[in-house]
Design a protein around this ligand. Structure first.
Ligand SMILES: [Zn+2]
Length: 151
């Protein structure tokens, strides 16, 4: 996965807002993940030999080293493993959101997923809080998994 340089070409005619943060560019390895996100399904790799679920994308199972991997829809449920609040501006696209959280969600499938928790004030973030996936449609092609308080 690479990150596209920010351009103004994201804005469609008539669109009110322009997405100003970096936009991921799927590659061959990550395309199933992004295709799933577009459908609002959180897709993870799973080993067909031992059942290990993996994230981020790997060429082989990290447990049994098999190359027999498949993509499976994750439950979308997890808990907040850890988070930090970003006060430094590293990309001008984030200027309106400082301080924003960068959170690690431990998914039911056992992997940890770096994301943002949305629909929750930063002051209410708590380690272990139950979360569920939600999707932010940032362009016609790209949707990003975020997490929100469950229920
Ligand atoms: Zn395996």
């Amino acid at each position: 996965m690479t990150i596209a340089p920010q351009t103004d070409s994201v804005e469609a005619p008539g669109e009110v807002e322009t997405y100003r943060k970096p936009i991921p560019v799927p590659d061959e390895a990550t395309r199933p993940f992004f295709e799933g996100a577009k459908r609002h399904e959180l897709m993870l790799q799973r080993c067909t030999v031992c059942g290990m679920t993996m994230w981020p994308v790997k060429p082989r199972c990290i447990d049994c080293f098999s190359a027999e991997l498949e993509w499976a829809r994750a439950s979308g449920r997890g808990t907040l493993y850890t988070f930090t609040l970003m006060h430094q501006l590293y990309d001008p696209g984030f200027a309106d959101e400082i301080p924003y959280n960068v959170s690690v969600v431990e998914l039911e499938e056992g992997v940890r997923f770096t994301t943002n928790v949305v629909d929750c004030p930063n002051a209410e973030l708590r380690i272990g809080m139950p979360l569920e996936v939600t999707f932010e449609d940032i362009t016609d092609e790209i949707s990003l998994p975020k997490f929100k308080p469950a229920g």
